[in-house]
Design a protein around this ligand. Structure first.
Ligand code: ADP
Ligand code: MG
Ligand code: ZN
Length: 479
């Protein structure tokens, strides 16, 4: 089979739960979980005679997401009913948007092997989530808690060309949504999930191939694996003389395959029509301006700032911007510290380690950013050694105090005093005949062991650069 004879074409539909406190058309909480059917009311369970009232925050969040993804805004937008029957949808229609979505014609850049590639965003519209079916041994139960939780659906152009690009775009979208603060993007709770539309065609073909759609994928890894599998499956079908049927498929993670669910529905199957009991959504220029002003500096710009102005590596800059909370923390710590690389190192090596170990959320970093900045300054001005730096970091993590106080209290200042270090070096050299001989025979490792002794005797406070010089100097006089 000639896998490489084919080009893969992918477009995504990404569903994002917005972080409003209440649902899109009623006052019920959007909180995740809860006893089944306790976060509901007559409106979100679709009782006859009830009337929806649009939550203004939903519109604000959707427009913000649109502005952050370079979309145009439909200042006159409307909502539509998408009709279909399924037990998780008590109204038998979903209020969504059809021909006048809030946002359209945006784009995002992804970076692929050092090259920038622009991916079109077709549209972003608002809609309500459906409930959840719980399949039990003796039947299926329905939970309406999620009914009416506000979503935005972000639709991309069929511009992606590989599973790897799917991952990059999803990551890009996720960080932007986190920065604009419109969603918590918790994939394990389903607040970010996507449908992967995929087709293949021979290289050079002008027409797109027939696509299949893999619905409701809730992890980056699954999206990548589903796309990899589906591309191979389609190519095999075509190579064997078959044709691709346009259909909806499901990714089965246990078996690592996609399976057919149903033939694909068309827009006309849904009998879309304007929502009769909701007003058009009118957005003024001022409103757009105000929302744009709320969007913080986005990750792409921060990466440029960190690499070009602060001298960080591309790799480190990417690690820092992955979360807005960490990036903001870094910026605050840098107000105090001159050498931003030292601050970055402290965050990447020490802080990430602690957050991982304790599975803490980034929101609760027990060290104030200005104290981390001060610690970086102590390290840069050689007042403390790097091993003491780690000790101070740990102490700051456990008790909220300033690094200079800790250094003073515990007597941790680095020993830079030549004569004092010489005294200790002579002692170490006298007590370690063998290591000295080994070093003179050319074994560099022997010097490290002498250095280790010095560090032990000074409780990690000796300035390592000076120690090395002094050790060499004294040993050389004993040749
Ligand atoms: P629908 O609304 O029926 O799901 P759309 O035309 O809106 O269909 O497309 C949905 C998604 O499918 C979009 O992300 C789009 O980029 C993608 N898509 C459309 N045609 C193809 C194709 N031939 N191959 C791959 N992806 C496609
Ligand atoms: Mg679709
Ligand atoms: Zn409700």
């Amino acid at each position: 089979m000639a896998y490489k004879d084919y080009e893969i074409v992918i477009g995504l539909e990404v569903h994002v739960e917005l972080k409003t406190k209440t649902k899109i058309y009623c006052d019920c909480t959007t909180e995740f979980g809860g006893e089944p059917n306790t976060h509901c009311c007559p409106i979100c369970t679709g009782m006859p005679g009830t009337l929806p009232v649009l939550n203004g925050k939903v519109v604000d969040y959707a427009i913000k997401a649109g502005l952050a993804t370079n979309c145009k805004i439909n200042q006159v937008s409307k909502q539509d009913r998408k009709n279909y029957f399924y037990p998780d949808l008590p109204k038998a229609y979903q209020t969504s948007q059809y021909d006048l979505p809030l946002c359209y014609e945006g784009s995002l850049d992804i970076e692929l092997d050092g090259e920038i590639k622009n991916i079109g965003i077709t549209r972003i519209h608002i809609e309500e989530d459906a409930g959840k079916l719980n399949h039990e041994a003796d039947g299926t139960l329905v939970d309406y808690n999620r009914c009416g939780v506000p979503l935005i659906e972000i639709v991309t152009e069929p511009d992606l060309r590989s599973p790897k690009e799917v991952r990059l775009l999803m990551q890009k979208l996720r960080t932007i949504l986190l920065y604009t603060d419109v969603s918590d993007c918790k994939m394990n709770e389903g607040s970010l999930r996507c449908d992967v539309n995929l087709s293949v065609r021979k290289w050079g073909a002008k027409e797109l191939g027939t696509r299949t759609e893999m619905k409701n994928i809730n992890s980056f890894n699954f999206a990548v694996k589903a796309a990899e599998y589906e591309a191979k499956r389609q190519i095999k079908v075509i190579e064997n003389g078959g044709i691709i049927v346009q259909e909806t498929r499901r990714w089965n993670e246990k078996k690592g395959v996609t399976v057919s669910m149903r033939s694909k529905e068309e827009a006309h199957d849904y009998r879309y029509f304007p929502a009769p009991d909701l007003m058009p959504i009118i957005t003024s220029d001022e409103k757009i301006k105000a929302l744009r002003a709320e969007i913080p500096e986005l990750p792409d710009k921060r990466i440029i700032r960190y690499t070009r102005e602060d001298g960080l590596s591309e790799y480190d800059a990417n690690l820092l911007v992955a979360s807005p909370k960490i990036s903001d923390y870094f910026d605050k710590a840098c107000i105090i510290a001159k050498n931003k690389k030292t601050v970055a190192n402290l965050i990447i090596s020490e802080l990430f380690k602690r957050l991982n170990e304790e599975e803490k959320e980034e929101g609760i970093i027990p060290i104030k950013p200005e104290n981390l900045g001060k610690l970086a300054e102590l390290l840069d001005s050689n007042i403390i050694s790097s091993s003491v730096g780690k000790k101070v970091f740990t102490t700051m993590w456990e008790e909220d105090s300033a690094p200079n106080e800790i250094v003073d209290k515990l007597g941790l200042k680095q020993i830079n005093d030549d004569s004092k270090l010489k005294e200790i070096a002579i002692q170490v050299i006298n007590e370690n005949d063998k290591a000295v001989k080994d070093y003179l025979l050319g074994k560099e490792a022997a010097l490290q062991s002498l250095m280790g002794q010095m560090m032990r005797l000074t409780k990690g406070k000796a300035n390592p650069k000076i120690v090395i010089d002094i050790l060499k100097e004294i040993i050389n006089t004993r040749k």
